[in-house]
Design a protein around this ligand. Structure first.
Ligand SMILES: Cc1cc2nc3c(=O)[nH]c(=O)nc-3n(C[C@H](O)[C@H](O)[C@H](O)COP(=O)(O)OP(=O)(O)OC[C@H]3O[C@@H](n4cnc5c(N)ncnc54)[C@H](O)[C@@H]3O)c2cc1C
Length: 461
């Protein structure tokens, strides 16, 4: 019996990991449009050291990411946990510690919130009366800003929740889905407690945190993960090979490439929503229409290296978040030399600043040199650095981050339903536009996609 032929479209983490899990069960080939595979995982050299300029950590509390890394042979010597988890907010004129005991920025400890100085007295008083605020019953999903603003007032949304979500989605709290983007808060809001703070405290009491670090990364950069997947998959990974169309062909699928057509038994589409919409337009137009409705945020990273002598007054903490109301170009700063022990060698003080929001392109409209200059100045001011960066690199991520807008979960369900209704057997869809942007969510998705492919090809042959 011949082995099933499976195409994976997209060599980001989702696609590469899916192919890797399938490598013994099928003749699998991964196609990527870009010259460089890995999608939003990319490590560059800055000040003679590797620095991640896409994803820089995987969430260890979601185990599938670490499982994949270890299954690929990485061990404790390769994995690094952050040296500090202290995050600051740049708000009300200076850096203030992100209050302890918040869940996605939602406060559960009024005293800790007061101590942080993030809110003004009247705004704090508004938080204090949260248990007395009548709960509005809303059927179905609602925006993060609506749910949390109603309970705690708009200052909590603007100065705590938006900066935290901004780092993940570069989104707009008035449109992001509470159900999809703040799942723990959403689950707590479904509990009987009148106070959302109390519900979150009860939730936390029932689910004590697991041992071990919250985040992990790889010494030498996360590109090592991509490189390891690629070296194990060998010539099954084809870079610079865009897939132009997916077309039904008997019981299988045809892949239209620039110079040829390839026949496949199964296809996994693991590309961002706009590209997935284009590929599904012919075989499953209903799913394509839904995917085309997912908005994408363009973001950028400005990697900066400073002379360590200029950084002696820099705060001890892993990063700084900047609420949009502050009007800065910089949205967040990862202080890599403080966050990661392997960057703390004293040779250079390295930070990465993030810019760009779905509805704010001021930063990305600038040319690289101007953007780097202006972000450098903001970072210098915020971190009390004594001189300008000695090295600066801008990396742009156009239309990279999918927006989980209100109704996102229902939209994803409609895509899956459309695939079933069209009897698109052997055609599978995944990637960050569906069930989680983080690398650990991508690794989990990959396992699920590989299982689904195995099931269809096994029963189809
Ligand atoms: C700046 C930044 C920082 C981030 N930080 C973190 C972090 O710290 N932790 C974390 O967990 N996550 C982080 N993320 C999110 C995470 O990196 C992504 O969600 C994840 O890498 C997406 O993986 P993916 O495989 O689904 O898609 P992608 O990585 O987008 O890969 C999709 C691939 O599909 C290819 N493609 C598109 N169209 C076609 C076509 N027609 N034919 C063939 N190939 C095609 C593209 O070239 C691309 O390589 C960050 C993202 C960014 C941009």
């Amino acid at each position: 019996m011949s082995r099933p032929r499976v195409a994976v479209i997209g060599a980001g983490l989702t696609g590469l990991a899916t192919a890797w899990w399938l490598r013994d069960d099928a003749d699998v080939v991964v196609f990527d449009a870009a010259e460089r595979v890995g999608g939003q995982v990319r490590t560059i050299e800055l000040a003679d050291r590797p620095l991640d300029v896409g994803a820089d950590a995987l969430l260890a509390r979601q185990p599938e990411g670490e499982t994949l890394v270890r299954a690929l042979g990485f061990d404790d010597d390769d994995l690094v946990a952050p040296a500090t988890g202290q995050v600051h907010l740049w708000t009300r004129g200076r850096l203030r510690p992100l209050p302890q005991q918040t869940v996605m920025g939602v406060p559960t400890d009024l005293r800790a919130l007061a101590r942080s100085g993030v809110l003004r007295p009247l705004e704090l008083a508004r938080v204090a009366v949260e248990p007395l605020v009548r709960r509005r019953e809303v059927a179905g999903d609602r925006s993060v800003g609506d749910l949390i603003g109603e309970r705690f007032g708009s200052a909590v949304v603007e100065r705590l929740v938006e900066p935290l979500l901004g780092g993940v989605y570069a989104g707009d709290t008035d449109r992001l889905s509470a159900e999809a983007a703040t799942a723990t808060v959403w689950a707590a809001a479904q509990r009987p407690q009148r106070s959302l703070s109390a519900a979150l405290r009860a939730h936390r009491a029932e689910t004590p945190p697991a041992d071990g670090p919250v985040f992990l990364t790889l010494r030498g950069g996360l590109t090592r993960l991509v490189d390891r997947l690629c070296s194990e998959l060998g010539d099954r990974v084809r870079a610079a090979t865009p897939v132009r169309a997916v077309v039904r062909s008997g019981s299988g699928w045809q892949l239209h490439l620039d110079d040829r057509i390839e026949e496949m038994d199964a296809v996994v589409v693991a590309v961002p929503a706009p590209a997935a919409a284009a590929l599904l337009a012919e075989p499953v137009p209903e799913a394509a229409r839904e995917l085309a409705g997912i908005r994408m945020a363009s973001v950028g990273v400005v990697a900066l290296a400073y002379d360590p002598a200029d950084a002696i007054d820099a705060p001890q903490g892993s990063g700084v978040l900047v609420p949009r109301g502050e009007g800065r170009l910089t949205k967040a700063v990862t202080i890599s030399s403080r966050k990661w022990p392997h960057h703390a060698d004293g040779g250079a003080f390295v930070v990465r600043a993030s810019v760009g929001r779905v509805d704010d392109t001021r930063a990305l409209d600038l040319d690289d040199a101007t953007l780097a200059e202006r972000v450098d100045a903001e970072v210098r001011w915020a971190l009390h650095l004594r001189g300008p960066a000695v090295e600066r690199t801008v990396v742009r991520w156009p239309r990279a981050l999918p927006q989980y807008d209100v109704g996102h979960r229902a939209r994803v369900d409609r895509v899956r339903f459309a695939l079933e209704a069209a009897d698109a057997r052997g055609l599978h869809v995944g990637g960050a536009s569906f069930d989680g942007l983080g690398l650990s969510a991508r690794a989990r998705d990959a396992q699920g996609l590989a299982d689904a492919v195995r099931e269809t090809v096994a029963t189809g042959l």
